[in-house]
Design a binder for this molecule. Structure first.
Ligand code: NAI
Length: 260
């Protein structure tokens, strides 16, 4: 068995209450890490805390990652409670899909509204910036290195219909990952992004059956991914086995890109 080096480490997971974030929290906990979880869903967050605490160590904070003040304060509390943060998983994310300009029955039927743009950029891009800044500051101050991993998406690499806001945010996450890799490497902080394909979570459950079937059709492996598929990638990238992997984007997508 490969030793991951994660035993006793402190892992902060944003969007910990469901889907990929919850699977990642479970998987890191199984490696012997203590988990700090942030989410806006307090009820599910408490369930996360109880579930992980049954077999490991976990604490939940009700934090909106788009709120820089709340993020800075909560990062300080995590450091106080656990003595530091070794790994940040920037996972929280939302969707508000709409076409830039929707044309139906010979007329313009709508556009992507400011609310949809601001909400998605606020959580998926500014949220990653807020959390990266707050946590990197602690990591640099402590001088014990660290790992920052962020949720990008295959659509951040290739675009997607109806997702100007989401794709802009995910492409931005990929860009920030490359900047942070250059800036933080000298502090022994490794920075990478994961680009999931179509993963079966609350986010994809809301999509019409027909759209999901098309996604599977375009995935050479022939199925949707699971949250655990992505959690494995996070654990590997955070582990000592990936000690020379830096500034990259790892696709976890069943080959969806080649099948499109
Ligand atoms: P999910 O909807 O199942 O879970 C997202 C979690 O983030 C929820 O618990 C939600 O309450 C939390 N959250 C939302 N806004 C927040 C905020 N402002 N502050 C803190 N927490 C907040 O989503 P899923 O599918 O697990 O996605 C996780 C990440 O993976 C997201 O960044 C998503 O964009 C990305 N991703 C997901 C894919 C998929 O097919 N499910 C594909 C590619 C990327």
């Amino acid at each position: 068995m490969i030793e991951t080096g994660l035993r006793g480490k402190v892992v902060l997971v944003t969007g910990c209450a469901s889907g990929i974030g919850l699977a990642a929290a479970r998987r890191f906990s199984a490696e012997g890490a203590a988990i700090a979880g942030w989410d806006v869903n307090a009820e599910r967050g408490k369930q996360f805390e109880a579930a992980i605490s049954a077999e490991g160590q976990a604490a939940f904070w009700n934090v909106d990652v788009s709120d820089a003040g709340a993020v800075n304060a909560a990062a300080g509390e995590v450091v106080e409670r656990f003595g530091g943060i070794d790994v940040l998983i920037n996972n929280a994310g939302i969707l508000r899909d709409a076409q830039l300009v929707k044309y139906k029955d010979g007329a313009v039927a709508g556009t992507m509204e400011d609310e949809a743009w601001n909400a998605v950029i606020g959580v998926n891009l500014r949220g990653v910036f807020n959390c990266g800044r707050a946590v990197a500051k602690h990591m640099v101050e402590r001088q014990r290195g660290g790992v920052i991993l962020s949720a990008a998406s295959v659509v951040g690499l290739y675009g997607n219909f109806g997702q100007s806001n989401y794709v802009a945010a995910k492409a931005g996450v990929i860009g920030m990952t490359k900047v942070w890799a250059r800036e933080l490497g000298r502090h022994r902080i490794r920075v990478n992004a994961v680009a999931p394909g179509f993963i079966s979570t609350g986010m994809t459950e809301t999509m019409p059956e027909k759209v999901l079937a098309t996604m599977v059709q375009h995935t050479p492996i022939g199925r949707l991914g699971t949250p655990e598929d992505v959690a494995e990638a996070y654990v590997w990238l955070a582990s000592d086995a990936a000690s020379f992997i830096h500034g990259t984007v790892l696709s976890v997508d069943g080959g969806v890109v080649t099948g499109t």
